[in-house]
Design a protein around this ligand. Structure first.
Ligand code: ADP
Ligand code: MG
Length: 733
């Protein structure tokens, strides 16, 4: 019998070539195919007559092709097709539609879907611009029409008179192909004899589409049976609410979405539990340690810092290894928290590795660590890629022999030759720049016990993403800024008013403060017209605008030494205005800088602007962020700018960013380990995600009592065979 993990190329009608095309959509198995849900539905139960159409609405119409042809206008070729029902006619236009020639044979039956508008061509009437279409029936050519097979008739009955699923095409495989293939696959699956609402544990398993979600959970969530859900999501009944279908809110959709989220969370929960069960280091929090902690602290911690410090100390005192994510907006004071955690480890005779994403940041942490930790007697070293070989060897020696208690570095720390005498704590700053794998690699640098891990991120991660991306970590949040900060005042200004902005910068500098001016690119690009670039503007600002001031330039193509030198000079006040690209985005700390001008702000991502803005507002002086726009502002760009003005709450900004860009783009790269979800959407389905999480947790920690051991075994087994491949949830046990 066909199993869900049967590869698609073994299905009827699918050869190796088609299988290859399907693979581009991530469809490898029968199950993948079933999960390839329609991206929309067309209501062809009662398709509108042309007479009923109204300008402005989205509508689907089934009509007969009358005439079609390509005509050339001054600007471009336009393909025109007129479809009719009796006397009524509807004109359809496709710009640059040359590829449509020969497609529409007079007399063919077509389904059209698109926006109805008043015709701007010819004699008025209504038209559809670039409608989606499907040819339902080629015209019967008298005499040589082959007799229709039963199968043909069966499929054609699927195209009209019902709600029809529309699938995203893949290469040459169009919506109709998917419709037929998936339909056939479904017909070959045993249809579960379940009542629609589950919760009926006594039901026999129904072959390949048996339910792996324990009955009690299905019951609580009101989930329909799995086989049922696949059928209805692909082939909704006539009575189904059309709006619910489009919004993926039908019971069938909800069931499939929950399932996906549930198994994802189950995987993460199992990972979490496994990590817990490994033996780690139980650090002692003795009086001696407490004294050291107090000695290290340069200021009174905020309430939020105290709270997360307690979370961390509690974790560290446990025998199981700490796996904690520390989230805190830029400037919320995560660094000192990390140093306190380091102190606990070092006082217990263990070493600490702290990894930062850039040399600038590593160096900055290193300098603070020396200032704060060395007076307390700990030896801190810096390890980056740009160190000279000899110096590097010496540092490696110190670490291996345990002469240095703490190392701060870039990903250079991950190299195999970096060895520790006794690594006890790993701190990873700005996590999303590193992959999960890198985190694990550092952890393995102690082969005897699992070191504790503290992951810090300044990008506030929306809860929904935190649950999926870091679902295996415990989370602490610093939601309070250190005292004495005045909120940054933010304005959007067109660069036509640059003169005023520069005057304002000049006043700020003469008042003893410093400023950043940020550009989206380093150099002008021949193709990219009109984008101001850091190098050129540095020259212009230095020579023409601020001849009397000291300007500095900082960008990603400078060597690490040059960058460090520039940061040092800016920090030391030798440089008044730092012209930079986004290299200053992460973590750079110069309290005396109180103005930030971002040019071409319309080009920057929301989280990115927020990070940049976080560089100011760190000192006593009132700070200003000027978002200068110079260029076309898209709708989305406008929303980004509005959000920046409305709020400085990192979480709110992150949520908005996620909403605007979608989870895939949110982190800029896929390497962050974002699972790709097939039916669930982290933004739309947040509520289900929370529920899935708590059900998964209940199942793993045993607090869900109604679930039998056998059901739990089935769920875990199912996860291993079906979802591991997809999510790469390695080492799920
Ligand atoms: P983050 O890494 O979270 O962006 P930092 O740790 O760099 O923030 O802290 C930002 C600034 O605030 C630093 O100059 C730091 O010394 C200062 N700071 C942190 N915590 C406090 C506090 N409790 N009281 C006063 N200043 C603090
Ligand atoms: Mg930081």
């Amino acid at each position: 019998m066909t199993e869900l993990h049967t590869e698609v190329q073994f299905l009827k009608g699918i050869g190796p070539r088609v299988a290859e095309t399907l693979a581009t959509k991530g469809i490898h198995t029968l199950e993948d195919l079933l999960y390839y849900l329609p991206f929309r539905y067309e209501d062809r139960i009662n398709p509108r007559t042309i007479e009923q159409l109204q300008a402005g609405e989205m509508a689907s119409v089934i009509a007969e092709v009358r005439t079609s042809g390509l005509f050339k206008t001054r600007n471009m070729p336009i393909f025109e097709m007129t479809a009719g029902q009796g006397r009524s006619k509807l004109k359809c236009l496709w710009f640059r539609g040359g590829y449509l020639e020969g497609k529409f044979k007079p007399g063919a039956l077509v389904a059209l879907y698109g926006k109805v508008e008043f015709s701007s061509f010819g004699r008025g009437g209504l038209q559809m611009l670039q409608p989606q279409f499907e040819i339902l029936h080629e015209p019967d050519v008298e005499g040589d029409a082959p007799p229709e097979s039963e199968e043909q008739k069966h499929f054609e009955s699927l195209e009209i008179g019902r709600i029809v699923p529309i699938y995203e095409a893949a290469g040459k495989l169009n919506a109709r192909w998917f419709r037929r293939t998936i339909r056939t696959a479904l017909e070959q699956m045993p249809r579960e004899v379940a009542s629609t609402v589950a919760g009926n544990a006594s039901l026999p398993a129904a072959g390949a589409l048996a339910d792996a979600i324990p009955a009690a959970i299905r019951g609580r969530m009101g989930l329909i049976a799995r086989a049922e859900a696949f059928w209805h999501a692909h082939w909704p009944d006539a009575g189904e609410s059309f709006a619910d279908l489009q919004a993926a809110r039908t019971p069938a959709h909800q069931r499939l979405i929950f399932e996906e989220l549930f198994f994802l969370e189950l995987g993460l929960e199992l990972k979490r539990r496994n990590a817990r069960m490994q033996s780690g280091i139980g650090f002692a929090i003795s009086d001696q340690v407490r004294t050291a902690l107090k000695r290290v602290l340069p200021f009174h911690p905020t309430q939020a810092q105290k709270r997360v410090l307690k979370d961390i100390a509690d974790d560290m005192a446990q025998n199981s290894p700490m796996r904690r994510l520390l989230q805190g907006d830029v400037g919320s004071g995560k660094t000192i928290v990390a140093f306190e955690a380091a102190t606990v480890a070092m006082e217990n005779g263990y070493q600490v590795a702290m990894m930062a994403p850039t040399e600038i940041l590593a160096t900055q942490h290193y300098l603070s660590a020396r200032r704060i930790l060395e007076p307390a007697g700990y030896r801190v070293v810096l390890l980056t890629g740009s160190l000279e070989a000899e110096h590097k060897r010496a540092i490696l020696g110190h670490l291996e022999r345990g002469h240095a208690q703490m190392v701060i570095g870039t990903h250079a720390l991950l190299q195999d030759k970096v060895e520790f005498e006794r690594l006890g704590l790993v701190i990873v700053d700005e996590q999303h720049r590193f992959g999960v794998m890198q985190r694990m690699k550092l952890m393995r640098k102690n082969s005897e016990v699992q070191p504790d891990v503290l992951v810090m991120t300044a990008t506030p991660i929306p809860r929904t993403l935190a649950l999926t991306l870091y679902g295996d970590l415990d989370v602490s949040v610093i939601d309070e800024l250190p005292p004495g900060r005045t909120p940054v005042s933010t304005k959007v200004v067109s660069d036509e008013r640059a003169g005023e902005v520069w005057e304002f910068v000049r006043k700020t500098v003469s008042g003893g403060q410093q400023a950043y001016v940020v550009y989206p690119v380093i150099e002008e690009n021949e193709k990219d017209t009109g984008l101001k670039a850091a190098i050129k503007m540095y020259d212009e600002l230095r020579k023409k605008v601020f001849p009397e001031l000291k300007l500095g330039l900082l960008h990603g193509r400078m060597s690490a030494d040059e960058k460090d030198e520039m940061m040092r000079r800016f920090k030391g006040g030798e440089v008044h205005i730092l012209v930079a690209t986004t290299v200053i985005e992460v973590g750079v700390d110069v309290a005396n800088a109180s103005v930030m001008v971002i040019e071409h702000a319309e080009r920057f991502g929301l989280s990115q602007m927020h990070q940049l803005r976080g560089r100011i507002g760190r000192g006593k002086a009132k700070s200003y962020c000027v978002l200068m726009t110079g260029g076309k502002i898209s709708d989305e760009a406008q929303q980004r700018l509005d959000t920046m003005i409305r709020t400085s709450d990192g979480f709110e900004i992150a949520e908005k960013d996620l909403e605007l860009r979608g989870p895939g783009e949110f982190f800029g790269t896929k390497q962050a380990g974002m699972p790709s979800l097939r039916v669930a959407n982290l933004i739309r389905d947040r509520k289900l995600l929370e529920l899935a999480k708590s059900e998964a947790r209940g199942l793993v920690d045993g607090s869900t009592k109604e679930v039998t051991q056998e059901e739990k075994r089935i769920a875990v087994q199912y996860l291993k065979t079906h979802w591991n491949r997809r999510y790469g949830l390695v080492e799920v046990g």
